[in-house]
Design a binder for this molecule. Sequence first.
Ligand code: ZN
Length: 248
Amino acid sequence: MKSVIQLNSEAVRFREKMGYSNREPIEIQNIILKLENYTLMKLEFSEHISGMCVLDGDSKTIAINSSMSVGRQRFTMAHEIYHLEIEHISEGKICPSGIYDNRSDSEKEADMFASFLLMPYDGLTWYIDKFQIAEWNIRNIIALSQFYQMSYMAVLFRLQHEDRITLEEYEKLKKVNVRSEAIRYGYNVFLYNSSPETDKWITLGEYPRLLEEKRRMIPESLFGQFCREGFREEIENGQIKEGVVLND
Ligand SMILES: [Zn+2]
């Protein structure tokens, strides 16, 4: 098992590669879409699976469970980046959702890397200093979760792991209804809900881009099938079927 320091430095180096410092919040989905040959799929898996990654030649696919909270999905995206970009696994991988003690080192490392990628060690210490955080009450924890766009549980786990809260506080805080507390303190609950309907079954990145590019080379019957398999019927139809398109 890699050390925590090593995983933090791997996360910070990956941030640097993508043009980020070791402090600011990142937009993890956009990072995936900037990586070459990447397809990002959002699907409603069973509750036991948080995500998976698949390698096929140069093509890399990350699939995440869109029925989990948006914050959790962001964490899973960072977790899968570890398998593909840091660990360089040779085959695909299915990642279970629970935090079990008997998980493999690879799964534990991917989780720790994900935590540091979203919120590096230096980022957290900078945040504490900048906003003069004297205690980790529910309001301060939600504010931190919102700042780094991390799930409430991922933030709690991290604070406990760094001994910033005790195990007793962790157990107490994890029972809190984060949605109602977020509303009370004036935050959007988007992070703590599952994806909106338009983002539940969708494929982004390389797959839909290639499909559009190679449209003329693919027989019509197959083209429709490929679009439907990628949940991108609007490409097949040449239009967005529902909703008002707002360009701004
Ligand atoms: Zn994994």
